[in-house]
Design a protein around this ligand. Structure first.
Ligand code: PXL
Length: 277
């Protein structure tokens, strides 16, 4: 039976990040995607400045009540939560339904023309979401906030942050150094409470990488839904995202998005498909 995967996240109305990234990624992995919408991120057409409009928590609750009436969701992820109330509702439902394979992408900082910082969410994340996580996937900025270590600039500091975040309750921690860390390669750090695994990849020179973080967490979610271990899922997700960045697409004069279909060469698949006329 097809595995079901759930994202509890914001809508990136421009289609590259947020639940749009998650659903596209879930589908590329051959899982059946569901989404509960916590917020909408819209952009000013003239400046591309972002505005976050949260969903009312009663509406998030109605969505989650619907979704958890569906049998056997194999894995779930959280992304942008919008408000502390929405974070509380998400945490409540994940716990009430004893959701397994929870990926917490602690979206506290979000790149774009402006950094979206929601530090007040950090507390709910720490108290109610991270303890339920199979894995959490902070970027460097988020890892600095969650570990209370501030700015992280070296691999040693990333290890220290991973240790501290692990103690908050997730079974595994992936800190995405990515292109932000000042190393020749894109460097991510995986920690399971015992070992550290440094995952490196080529730094891809492109600015068409909007959505990479969400896509990474969604790919891990779909990977564990399909029975991979957290480390196996992370390693495959890194390849999936690297392909998506390498094939990033210019969207307009402001931004370019990762292409979620790149890893599976969706274009070829369509051209070769008997249905493509
Ligand atoms: O990349 C973080 C992120 C998460 N969720 C939504 C977003 C963004 C960044 O733009 O729009 C909905």
């Amino acid at each position: 039976m097809i595995k079901k995967t759930l994202t509890i996240a914001g809508s990136d109305v421009s289609g590259g990040a947020g639940l749009e990234a998650d659903l596209k990624t879930f589908q590329e992995y051959g899982t059946f995607g569901l989404a509960a919408i916590t917020s909408f991120v819209t952009m000013d057409p003239e400046t591309w400045n972002h505005t976050i409009t949260p969903t009312d928590s009663f509406l998030l609750e109605k969505q989650l009540a619907t979704i958890f009436a569906i049998d056997e969701i194999a894995a779930a992820k959280t992304g942008m939560l919008g408000t502390t109330e929405n974070a509380e509702v998400a945490a409540f439902y994940l716990k009430k339904f004893n959701q397994q394979n929870v990926v917490i992408d602690p979206v506290l900082a979000c790149k774009g023309p402006t950094e979206l910082l929601q530090p007040e969410l950090a507390q709910v994340m720490i108290e109610k979401l991270l303890p339920q996580a199979l894995i959490t996937t902070p970027n460097l900025v988020e890892a600095g906030i969650l570990s209370e270590l501030g700015e992280l600039t070296t691999l040693e500091q990333m290890k220290e942050a991973a240790r501290k975040i692990y103690l908050l309750g997730p079974k595994n921690v992936l800190i995405k150094g990515g292109h932000r860390l000042n190393t020749p390669e894109a460097t991510d750090l995986f920690h399971d409470g015992t070992d550290f695994v440094v995952l490196t990849g080529e730094k891809i020179a492109t600015s068409y990488n909007h959505g990479a973080g969400c896509t990474m967490a969604a790919a891990i979610c779909a990977g564990v839904a399909k029975g991979k271990t957290p480390l196996e899922a992370t390693s495959l997700a890194k390849d999936f995202v690297a392909a998506a960045i390498l094939d990033g697409q210019k969207i307009n004069r402001f931004v370019g998005h990762v292409w979620h279909g790149a890893y599976n060469q969706a274009q070829n698949r369509m051209e070769n498909s008997e249905n493509a006329k």
